[in-house]
Design a protein around this ligand. Structure first.
Ligand code: SF4
Ligand code: SF4
Length: 378
């Protein structure tokens, strides 16, 4: 797990997605002073390389000037940490100037589309699709790499074939996201995907992916297969994230992750006070997430997948227990289902002696699970 800092310049967002829990009307914008203090704080916090992701709300609301200051500042002042940059945006406010700037710094973009226009706009609001596609065109014109989070909900799960076809036909990279309950808002509850449906979806996508791996990239399936192969998680959901991930809110407050930003109970400190890692470790949120880690060590100890699942996401777990450490991630059922499917396939291949992969010899043959485990991203 690499050291990951999420910079949230604002919780404001111009869109109004049905299941969203992370935006806040009237949210302030991060000042240049707070930005500089954040970079200053990071200079000596840790010594290993860092990934900085701009997140929201909608980070492009911070404007061109903010990014013209932030990007060179991070690259030069944190040069010793070899910073990698990324941004998660709905692309509505993308301009040629911003795209050119992001291209200079080679910043990969994560955006969000839930499938074909009608389905997307049903979930994310009228007009969302066209605005995102307009920004996507600008990003592509500047050779930016764009992948899309596709949120599957209790509604869109009924259209999973249509959604996968959409991503295939449009040659778009897909990272799926199950709609989840939130600690901040009741809105997402009616959209939430059940753990059983999520498990079905993952198995469906795995089967399709083994057939079409050369035509589409599904980032979650790649990560799940690699986690099983390496016997350790390769994304935050499947490692002990506390201490390796932080989020900085618009006022400089430090949180365990972007999902907690804006919740006063989860503030661990503020960059303006220049806290050390030891200071942060004394905060209540840090201790709560450490309590979750201990809980997983006990509760999941008989699970075959604990090494590369680690109880899932602590935020998801806390969201259903009223912030008490009493359960693991409610998607446990889904994780068990997909990890079993992947390990069963790997064992079968091993026993049949085809462990080195078959590189899809014909149209009627699927890729092997080993091909998937060893696959490099596009
Ligand atoms: S709380 Fe969940 S989303 Fe946040 S870093 Fe940890 S695992 Fe990832
Ligand atoms: S699959 Fe479930 S029981 Fe196993 S480690 Fe993950 S959360 Fe724990």
């Amino acid at each position: 797990m690499v050291f990951h800092v999420m910079l949230v310049p604002t919780l404001g967002c111009p869109s109004n997605c049905g299941y969203c829990w992370s935006s806040e009307e009237g949210s302030e914008l991060m000042s240049i002073d707070t930005l500089k203090q954040t970079v200053n704080w990071l200079k000596t916090l840790r010594e290993d390389s860092v990934t900085v992701t701009f997140h929201g709300g909608e980070p492009l609301l911070a404007g061109l000037e903010f990014f013209q200051t932030a990007l060179p500042l991070i690259k030069t002042e944190l040069d010793h940490l070899k910073p990698a940059l990324a941004i998660q945006t709905n692309l509505w406010n993308m301009t040629d100037d911003l795209a050119e700037l992001f291209s200079t710094y080679n910043i990969p973009i994560g955006s969000s589309i839930d499938g074909p226009e009608e389905l997307n706009d049903y979930q994310r609001g009228e007009g969302y699709y066209q605005k995102t596609m307009q920004g996507y065109k600008i990003a592509k014109a500047h050779n930016l790499k764009v992948s899309f989070i596709c949120t599957f909900t209790s509604h869109s799960i009924k259209h999973k074939e249509e959604i996968l076809n959409y991503f295939l036909e449009n040659d778009l990279t897909l990272k799926l996201h199950p709609s989840l309950p939130s600690m901040r808002d009741d809105n997402p509850d009616e959209w939430a995907l059940s753990p059983e449906d999520y498990g079905e979806l993952l198995v469906y996508l795995l089967e399709e992916y083994l057939d079409k791996m050369d035509e589409v990239e599904i980032m979650n399936i790649d990560n799940l297969a690699k986690s099983v192969f390496r016997r350790r998680g390769t994304v935050c959901t499947f490692v002990d994230c506390m201490g390796d991930t932080f989020a900085i809110g618009p006022d400089g407050s430090i949180y365990p992750c972007y999902r907690f930003v804006g919740m006063p109970d989860y503030v661990m400190g503020n960059v303006h006070d220049d806290p050390s890692l030891d200071d942060l470790a004394e905060s209540k949120p840090w201790q709560l997430l450490m309590e979750f880690k201990d809980f997983v060590d006990t509760d999941c100890k008989r699970c075959n997948y604990v090494k590369f699942c680690r109880g899932g996401c602590p935020y998801n777990a806390l969201a259903i227990t009223d912030a008490k450490v009493e359960a693991v991630d409610p998607h446990c059922t889904a994780y068990k289902r997909i990890f079993k499917e992947i390990t069963d396939k790997a064992t079968k291949e091993m026993l049949s002696g085809s462990l080195m992969g078959n590189s899809k010899p014909s149209k009627t043959t699927k890729y092997s699970i080993m091909d998937l485990m060893l696959k490099e991203s596009r």
